[in-house]
Unconditional design. Structure first.
Length: 327
């Protein structure tokens, strides 16, 4: 990664725009705002919804592994992934894909899958999503389904040109947001269950990320993106996707991406002092387990946790030069 003598990026050099950048995380971790940030660049087009057909178990992963039939996949594609309801709202690709374009892409997939499943899946993804880049005159797309890192083995095989960004958020905030989002009969229902849900997702992401080649994977802390000083972190995320931190990106970064927008420390809301201490203690134990097991995003999480308690982490003598991890 080229840099000048001061350690900042040399703006005279940038790599080619990454054709596909996948942004993933645990859910409620900031994937949407990071995708929107990248999409403010004229060379990138962000996909406005989680498409999911390429990462859900009954999508590409199950289809290519033989666990899901083509007929079942097509029913789901034309159903929930095209236009479904989630938490009382309509969601799906109908929001940005023209129906005629959708049907042409699906018919091509149906026709070609039996002869070449991998090529049919790749072409379906591009047939449905790439027009978003074409309509903007962009050179790449940014897709934000949460499970893109966890299911990276499938995606790396289909899209070797892609890069992956794991957005890491304080687990107390991510889990509290998830609990607030779910209904009483849907897991997780309690704050403790929320921490357990979040930990399982982090571990699944860590396992999935092992399939991503060197240099194509970045982990970035949401708190590092939102909390000053943060200019370098925003530039590095942009650079990773192959673009400069242009005017529109800077306007969005400084005007919209802040701690208020991300509901930082929202996990404290509605809890008594005793409950706060219990959740904090459980979370600290969870972090210790992640660190002990070598989960790659554990240093980012520990840094965010230490900042929330006013501690100096990591110690000055061992503090890394950047607030993210790239491999």
């Amino acid at each position: 990664m080229p840099a000048d003598k001061t350690g900042s990026f040399d703006d005279r050099y940038f790599p080619d725009v990454v054709p596909i950048t996948f942004v993933g995380g645990t859910g409620r971790s900031g994937t949407h705002i990071v995708a929107q940030f990248l999409g403010r660049n004229n060379k990138l087009a962000s996909i406005p919804v989680e498409c999911r057909f390429h990462v859900d178990d009954d999508g590409f992963p199950g289809l290519l592994a033989g666990r899901v039939s083509k007929a079942r996949f097509l029913r789901r594609l034309r159903g929930f992934w095209w236009k479904g309801r989630q938490r009382g709202r309509k969601r799906g690709m109908f929001r940005f894909v023209e129906r005629d374009d959708f049907e042409r892409g699906v018919e091509r997939f149906d026709r070609d899958f039996d002869d070449d499943p991998r090529a049919a899946c790749r072409n379906l993804f591009l047939d449905l999503l790439w027009p978003r880049a074409q309509s903007k005159g962009a050179s790449g797309i940014v897709e934000q389904s949460c499970d893109t890192i966890a299911e990276s083995a499938t995606l790396v095989d289909l899209f070797p040109e892609a890069k992956f960004i794991h957005v890491v958020r304080d687990g107390r905030d991510a889990s509290a947001s998830r609990v607030a989002q779910t209904r009483r009969l849907i897991y997780p229902r309690t704050r403790r269950q929320g921490i357990e849900w979040w930990e399982s997702r982090i571990r699944r992401i860590d396992e999935g990320a092992k399939a991503i080649p060197e240099g194509r994977f970045m982990e970035v802390g949401l708190e590092d993106l939102l909390t000053p000083p943060r200019r370098r972190v925003g530039k590095e995320v942009a650079w990773f996707a192959g673009v400069k931190l242009g005017r529109k990106m800077r306007r969005f970064y400084w005007g919209t991406m802040d701690t208020d927008a991300a509901n930082t420390a929202r996990w404290r809301e509605g809890l008594s002092g005793k409950e706060l201490n219990a959740i904090d203690s459980m979370y600290a134990e969870t972090l210790e387990g992640l660190e002990r097991d070598g989960i790659t995003c554990a240093p980012i999480l520990r840094k965010a946790y230490a900042a929330s308690t006013g501690a100096d982490w990591p110690p000055a003598a061992t503090r890394p030069s950047a607030e993210l991890e790239i491999r």
